[in-house]
Ligand binder design. Structure first.
Ligand code: MG
Length: 431
């Protein structure tokens, strides 16, 4: 039978005035929450989430992964309700990563839940592995292949979370089940640690300090040494059999004792990650205070809509606008093409058309009336204009024009029929 031993530390950091992180350490449930929102709203959100989890675990049977997921959803609802009840708290939110000790396939295991960019790691055999997936913009851009991991390190929106508790009445919760064996060490933290201290240094500290509380304090100290630009919270949970006691820091491949603050595996870790120094050096391109400000002011807004939903809405909006413009263009063209009449020649007869001589785009003139007046019955000097089409403003003017030509023909002694013949309206061009 295994047992857990935990230690924790939290610190306001060197820049922020208030610590908006909250943590939970209980017998079988551990959590870190990183609140976001002005006027202390972030602190309220993180506290509400952690209090909700604490209440859930106090009244529960042994946790399961399903219980953990439901408890996080209840925490989301709790933060959401608080935000709706007080206008000053509107838009507040919090990240949350939680670890519950569960029965896993007949053995020991943990369930890990995550919403946001706080993280849970597992160290096994001296190797550190991030178990959670960050819900932030650059992580999604990397996953979708839009940017590389190297570009993500300096991306201006790398602290924009895309998922948080309390922003919506419902939330998607990532939950995984992981086997836990004697010697495993789990570490939960806010981005005040993971955003400041490289994984290689985090691993080094976790290997060097056997006591979980001391390891947590050392990690906080490391984050402060890197600038401490955000609140820093760490929970370290060790798995040990009752027979073996607390897990030791020794592991396969790195068996040197953790003495004198030296870590025999640190060099190997840095070589594995392919970089000499932590991201603090690359972070110099964007001042740390500015990065924190961006997250403090913008993260709740960024969490309101997932990026793919924003893109979809923009595409739909653009398509609607495009269709409206196209529709207006078609309507204007039809109106222009049908708004006038002209008199032309068709089959040797003077004919009244609705439309424009020659047509407009795909809209051909329509025959309104074929008269009995023929081309040989009008004065010859009219023929050139009639072949091109004599445009009139309306049907009455067009008929008036035909009557004038008929009168001229009679006066000139050219024989014409006394009345025009009417035809059905069809699409046809003048001949
Ligand atoms: Mg933070």
């Amino acid at each position: 039978m295994s047992r857990l031993r935990a230690g924790s530390a939290t610190d306001v950091g060197l820049v922020r005035a208030v610590n908006q992180d909250r943590l939970l350490v209980s017998e079988k449930l551990f959590a870190v929450a990183d609140g976001m929102g002005g006027h202390a709203a972030g602190e309220v959100a993180a506290r509400a989430a952690v209090d909700s989890l604490r209440t859930a675990v106090e009244g529960s049977s042994p946790p399961t992964a399903e219980w953990l997921a439901e408890s996080v959803r209840m925490a989301n609802e709790s933060v959401w309700q608080d935000a709706q009840a007080d206008p000053k708290l509107h838009g507040m939110g919090t990240t949350l990563t939680a670890l519950a000790w569960i029965d896993h396939e007949g053995g020991d295991g943990v369930a890990v839940a995550n919403v946001g960019d706080s993280r849970t790691y597992r160290m096994r055999d001296g190797q550190l592995e991030q178990l959670t997936v960050d819900h932030n913009l650059v992580a999604e851009l990397v996953a979708e292949g839009h940017i590389t991991e190297v570009e993500a390190e300096t991306h201006p929106q790398r602290h924009a979370v895309t998922r948080a508790l309390g922003v919506y009445p419902e939330v998607d919760v990532d939950v995984i089940k992981v086997e836990a064996i004697n010697g495993d060490r789990f570490m939960l933290c806010s981005d005040g640690l993971s955003g400041e201290v490289p994984d290689s240094q985090i691993a080094s500290v976790l290997r060097r300090f056997a006591d979980p509380a001391e390891a947590a304090r050392e990690l906080v100290a490391a984050a402060r040494e890197h600038g401490g630009s955000d609140n820093i919270t760490v929970v370290v949970v060790d798995v040990a059999t009752e027979e073996s006691g607390a897990p030791g820091p020794e592991h396969e491949g790195c068996t040197s004792p953790p003495t004198g603050g030296l870590d025999p595996c640190a060099e190997a870790d840095q070589a594995k990650e392919g970089k000499e120094q932590p991201p603090a050096a690359t972070g110099a391109a964007v001042p740390a205070s500015r990065r924190r400000w961006w997250k403090r002011r913008r993260a709740p807004q960024a969490a309101k809509l997932p990026r793919n939903r924003l893109v979809t809405l923009r595409v739909v909006g653009f398509m609607i606008l495009l269709l409206a413009v196209a529709g207006a263009g078609v309507a204007g063209t039809v109106w222009y093409a049908r708004s006038s009449y002209f008199v032309g020649l068709r089959g040797g007869h003077l004919t009244i058309f609705q439309g424009r001589p020659g047509g407009v785009l795909w809209i051909q003139p329509r025959v309104v009336q074929t008269t009995t007046l023929t081309a040989v019955s009008v004065e010859p000097y009219h023929l050139s204009a009639l072949r091109s089409g004599v445009v009139e403003s309306d049907l009455a003017q067009a008929r008036s024009y035909v009557r004038r030509l008929r009168v001229e023909a009679v006066d000139a002694g050219i024989g014409v029929s006394p009345s025009p013949a009417r035809t059905s309206t069809t699409a046809a061009g003048p001949s």
